[in-house]
Design a protein around this ligand. Structure first.
Ligand code: HAM
Length: 424
């Protein structure tokens, strides 16, 4: 029986993987400019972490987790997201005691959700995420959002829409919650079973229901923004002011509720506005999660962060017709003719590579014409031809594939001259 890849996963093949590296590299570089440092946490965690961290009324916990028992009878779960593990590590490693505060972290790696696969939705996907812990200054909210936007814009994306909302503090959310229950309760029978379950447990999630989106009660539901207390209102105003200070356009959408339970105050999503992007337009999601460290058993340390998947990033690039500068070719293709030259080329090729030059040679005993074709396919800048005569004379022929110019140089100075040519 032929073996197939599991549903909702994909192989990233050469030619594509360079794009992933490029995006991750750019994101890492920006994190370094913004002074975020990498954290690496395990792929699996105790299931309890996500029940408490992500929230047991969320779709993720109720329907999407890859949970299994290990041989020791422990319940473990492949991480569906990176915030709860990062916060767990922050608490476990007592990072609240670090000299540098807030603690600014980033991560990248595979996440797992048992979702219905479709364009932009995978069961294994790679998130790049950022978490800043230990500050409740609205300036850090603006910084985190600016970092997310910068990663997109530095890679050339233009058709972006930033949507923000405030979910307020506990007091604001409690009064909003009461209002939502009063609003939906009399007619909850007209809603789907998920919404009926959410009514008492987490009525805000009703606003995010895909099935009942068109119900008239959705349009008239009480807005969280009308329930923000003075502190929450002030906080949200500051975030907006700082976003304006860093020249980031945004829209406030009071219906933006995120799919995870830990959020309060600032919540945001970045969408693609590009035509043909597909049904799922959210590229990146994030928000503030004060209280999560305590939920996980640690001391108080307010936090905010975001995550995006590389899969959706690539779809957005494609929708905008942006080509990343990858697969740009190699510096030198070494053609050796005759046994002696071939033997000599083994050492020479290695020297080229050790000198920082990307180089390749033939391993299939192909004719010179076919080797030139291979060099062309690899987009080689130079082809160096070493025949028996050249070898005897201590020379090598270097041809620029761009101009067609050929020069014979001495084997002793070949590497230095090539370096100069490439550098220039
Ligand atoms: P999330 O909204 O669940 O938030 O996911 C964030 C991003 O991950 C999405 O905007 C999308 O780019 C990507 N994503 C989610 N599910 C899939 C999927 N099935 N296939 C492909 N891409 C997907 C979180 O995960 C939070 N931990 C974000 C956060 C960090 N909040 C604060 N800090």
């Amino acid at each position: 029986m032929a073996m197939n890849i599991p549903r909702g996963t994909q192989d990233i093949l050469p030619g594509e993987s360079e794009k992933w590296q490029y995006i991750e590299g750019k994101a890492r570089e920006l994190c370094s400019r913004f002074q975020y440092q990498e954290i690496r946490t395990p792929i699996f965690e105790h299931t309890e972490l996500f029940l408490r961290g992500v929230g047991d009324t969320t779709d993720i916990v109720q329907k999407e987790m890859y949970t299994f028992e290990d041989r020791g009878g422990r319940s473990l779960t492949l991480r569906p997201e990176g915030t709860a593990p990062t916060v767990r590590s922050f608490v476990e490693n007592k990072m609240h005691g670090n000299a540098n505060q807030p603690v600014k972290l980033y991560y990248t790696g595979p996440m797992f959700r048992y979702e219905r696969p479709q364009a932009g939705r995978f069961r294994q996907f790679v998130q790049f995420g950022v978490e800043a812990l230990g500050s409740s200054d609205p300036a850090i909210d603006a910084e985190v959002i600016a970092l997310a936007m910068s990663i997109y814009t530095e890679l050339g994306l233009k058709k972006l829409k930033l949507v923000i909302n405030s979910l307020g503090d506990k007091e604001s959310r409690n009064s909003h919650r009461e209002a939502l229950i009063a609003h939906f309760k009399p007619r909850i029978g007209e809603f789907c079973s998920d919404c009926q379950n959410r009514l008492e447990k987490n009525p805000m999630r009703i606003l995010d229901c895909k099935k009942d989106r068109e119900h008239e009660l959705m349009q008239t539901a009480p807005s969280i923004l009308d329930f923000l207390n003075e502190d929450s209102k002030k906080y949200f105003e500051k975030v907006q002011q700082y976003l304006a200070d860093v020249s980031i356009d945004f829209t406030v959408d009071p219906n933006l509720v995120r799919g995870l339970d830990y959020y309060n105050h600032t919540a945001f999503e970045i969408m693609s506005d590009a035509e043909g992007f597909g049904a799922i337009t959210t590229l990146c999601g994030g928000g503030r999660y004060n209280g999560l460290t305590e939920e996980i058993g640690g001391p108080e340390a307010p936090g905010i962060g975001f995550a995006f998947s590389i899969e959706r990033f690539l779809s957005a690039l494609e929708a905008e017709g942006i080509k990343l500068p990858v697969n740009e070719g190699i510096d030198c293709y070494l053609v050796a003719l005759g046994e002696e030259a071939k033997d000599y080329s083994v050492g020479l090729l290695h020297k080229l590579r050790m000198a920082g030059i990307s180089a390749e040679r033939d391993y299939l005993d192909r004719k010179i014409k076919t080797q030139f074709k291979a060099a062309d396919r690899m987009n080689a800048k130079y082809v160096a031809v070493l025949g028996e005569d050249e070898l005897k004379a201590g020379k090598i022929n270097v041809k620029s594939m761009e101009t067609g110019d050929q020069t014979e140089v001495s084997l002793d100075s070949f590497i230095d001259q090539l370096k100069e040519l490439i550098g220039g």
